[in-house]
Design a protein around this ligand. Structure first.
Ligand SMILES: [Zn+2]
Length: 214
């Protein structure tokens, strides 16, 4: 059975892993087996209308699985109001084309929480690179978000304790920008959840089917 890497910046193909490659609107996507496309809060251009037009075009592609990463980040220089404008626009695209949203969130969980409540999207919102507390995990799960965990799960004991308590349907796994093998993250996740690696693979495949509806 294949591993699914829910969010990665690695494009190289391998038999063993289905990679959802993160792309920016101007990236070439035609050779990718699976990708997401989004405007990251760090990279909002002055001419964001053009970025948005490119995004809309690529999002229609058969191999586009999700919109994102997009989101809110209070530690970046990009104007926060503009970030919210672009985030809302990407939520609207996600809803229009019926593909889920992969979210980058830094110190803006309350805002994401409020937006989810306000907009009531039909598509799943997945918080990628989740490294926060159990309380915050539960708060975001309670409104229907899913969480994606990466390499931090390998070494952060507090995060491991949080992860161990989650329901198996609450999460997916990712490598993001790291060079850690996705197999390592599955192995750790399986140990923490007291499952075998192949059960973890089946569970993640099931979770991804629910999220992607494909
Ligand atoms: Zn990323």
């Amino acid at each position: 059975m294949r591993y699914i890497d829910f969010h990665t910046h690695t494009v190289a193909k391998t038999e063993k892993v289905l990679r959802i490659c993160n792309c920016y609107p101007s990236d070439a996507v035609k050779d990718l087996e699976a990708f997401s496309v989004g405007i990251h809060p760090w990279y909002i251009h002055e001419d964001w209308e053009t970025q948005l037009a490119l995004l809309k075009e690529k999002a229609q592609g058969e191999n586009c699985y999700a919109i994102g990463e997009c989101g809110l980040d209070k530690l970046t220089d990009t104007d926060f109001e503009l970030q919210e404008v672009l985030f809302r626009k990407q939520v609207a695209i996600s809803e229009a084309i019926q593909k889920p949203l992969i979210i980058h969130c830094v110190k803006a969980f309350q805002e994401i929480y409020n937006l989810k409540k306000e907009l009531q999207p039909t598509q799943t919102w997945v918080l990628h690179g989740f490294v926060k507390s159990e309380q915050l995990a539960n708060q975001m799960l309670s409104i229907g978000c899913k969480l994606s965990f990466g390499n931090t799960l390998l070494e952060n004991l507090k995060l491991q304790r949080t992860f161990a308590k989650l329901n198996v349907t609450d999460f997916v796994l990712e490598t993001d920008t790291t060079e850690v093998a996705i197999e390592e993250i599955y192995k750790k996740a399986a140990i923490l959840q007291k499952l075998g690696v192949s059960s973890m693979q089946q569970q993640i495949e099931h979770n991804c089917k629910e999220i992607f509806k494909r």
